[in-house]
Write a protein that binds this ligand. Structure first.
Ligand SMILES: [Zn+2]
Length: 269
């Protein structure tokens, strides 16, 4: 038995210097699986290369919802949300890449809708890409790992219309009632390592059934301590928090979470 991280970004350049140490610390903290999520074709290729050299890492391949409309955003004069070196591929190219590589994916992620960075004139285009990726995941029998920011209700609407069931909502930050509706739909929600200082995640952990919850970090972002780089080993802190909140011992908590992982991804962590 062990712990896992369903949403990491180990290909981020902030891990370039000490990747092996980060993975060693994850193993030492009891992690048996880290799902590293891709953002665009270039990052997806890096995720596949990482998974090939690190047995702990499973590759999720995706198209970040901002990247899904990034050429259009740049044409509107909006800045890059990240410092990317090359001009971004079109959604057509990025989806084509995923269609070609879906067989190598452990899951499809991260994908979804973002209305925080993406302006309203591009929402329809963003949704069209998202629907294609939901269908691709369902056809290939892969779980979806979702990013939804300021668009949670619309994201759920689309997933219900498409009939998607194996869905993990990463870092859900919508209203508690909507989180409960997502759980009632049979989807899963993953809790980040900053749970101890983000009351909304503690409340979510108590408001939805325990069989709907998973662990994540979103590292290098969302660390448990402000300003510090996050890493997969920190899921141990979320596990300790849940153990106390749910009144479980460590083996019972790990057993619960492992069964949740198995239910959504179809394999043990
Ligand atoms: Zn992410």
């Amino acid at each position: 038995m062990g712990l896992f991280d369903v949403h990491a970004h180990l290909t981020d350049k902030r891990f370039a210097e000490d990747e092996a140490l980060v993975l060693d610390r994850a193993s030492a903290a009891g992690l048996t699986t880290i799902v590293s999520n891709g953002l665009n074709p270039r990052d997806n290729a890096a995720v596949l290369a990482l998974a090939a050299r690190a047995p702990l890492v499973k590759p999720a391949l995706g198209l970040y919802p901002v990247d899904a409309v990034l050429p259009e955003m740049l044409a509107m004069g909006l800045p890059y949300p990240r410092d990317e070196a090359a001009p971004p591929p079109s959604a057509e190219e990025a989806v084509g890449w995923l269609e070609d590589h879906v067989g190598q994916a452990f899951a499809i992620g991260e994908v979804g809708l973002d209305r925080h960075w993406v302006p309203e004139p591009l929402w329809a285009a963003q949704e069209a890409v998202f629907r294609r990726l939901v269908r691709l995941a369902m056809q290939a029998d892969k779980a979806l790992i979702l990013h939804s920011r300021k668009a949670e209700a619309r994201t759920l609407e689309i997933l219900v219309e498409e009939g998607a069931r194996r869905v993990v909502w990463h870092c859900f930050s919508g209203k508690l009632k909507l989180g409960q509706a997502i759980a009632a739909q049979g989807h899963w929600l993953s809790l980040p390592a900053n749970i101890s200082r983000a009351g909304s995640f503690s409340r979510l952990a108590m408001a939805v059934p325990q069989d709907r919850l998973l662990l994540e970090t979103d590292c290098p972002y969302l660390g448990p301590r402000p300003g510090e780089r996050n890493e997969p080993a920190n899921v141990a802190e979320t596990a300790a928090h849940l153990q106390a909140a749910w009144g479980l011992d460590a083996p019972s908590l790990q057993d619960r979470l492992e069964r949740n992982f198995q239910a959504v991804f179809g394999v043990s962590p």
